[in-house]
Design a protein around this ligand. Structure first.
Ligand code: GCU
Length: 138
């Protein structure tokens, strides 16, 4: 399979800011979603071939309240209201995974907050795309 990491601080952010004040994040920071419904982070991800992919979102939520995100691929919600529950601290990062179909080439993967609390702090998206060439590790 092919694994690629996309840092949230390099994605397209609507109603959110890049911060780095909570340790343990990857890259140079993370996205702090504004605490409003509709705040979002949109990644642009590449797939060599069309097919199934695992989308792993690395996040922290230092509250005790779920901060659900709708996950959309190429403009269509493929997973609605995915739970991003409290992780115990803003410095405690955990993964949530979603399986989705990607198109060959460029894909948009957008994670949009559905409640007035906004999203969790989002560190990165990692895609794991099934590969089918002989000799690969699937
Ligand atoms: C705190 C925390 C931020 C977080 C915010 C929130 O301010 O330091 O990193 O994003 O709470 O509740 O969204």
């Amino acid at each position: 399979s092919a694994v690629t990491k996309y840092e949230a601080e390099n994605a397209t952010i609507a109603q959110g800011v890049v911060e780095s004040n909570h340790a343990g994040h990857s890259g140079t920071g993370f996205v702090n979603y504004d605490n409003v419904a509709g705040s979002s982070v949109e990644f642009t991800a590449q797939a060599a071939t069309a097919g199934s992919a695992t989308l792993k979102f690395r996040f922290a939520n230092g509250t005790t309240i779920n901060r659900p995100l709708d996950i959309a691929v190429n403009g269509t919600v493929v997973a609605a209201g995915v739970a991003f529950n409290g992780t115990g601290a803003w410095t405690t990062w955990q993964d949530v995974t979603v399986t989705a179909q990607l198109a060959a080439g460029t894909n948009t993967i957008k994670a949009t907050a559905t409640t007035a609390n906004g999203g969790p702090n989002l560190d990165y998206l990692e895609t794991d795309i099934a590969t089918q060439q002989p000799g690969n590790d699937f």
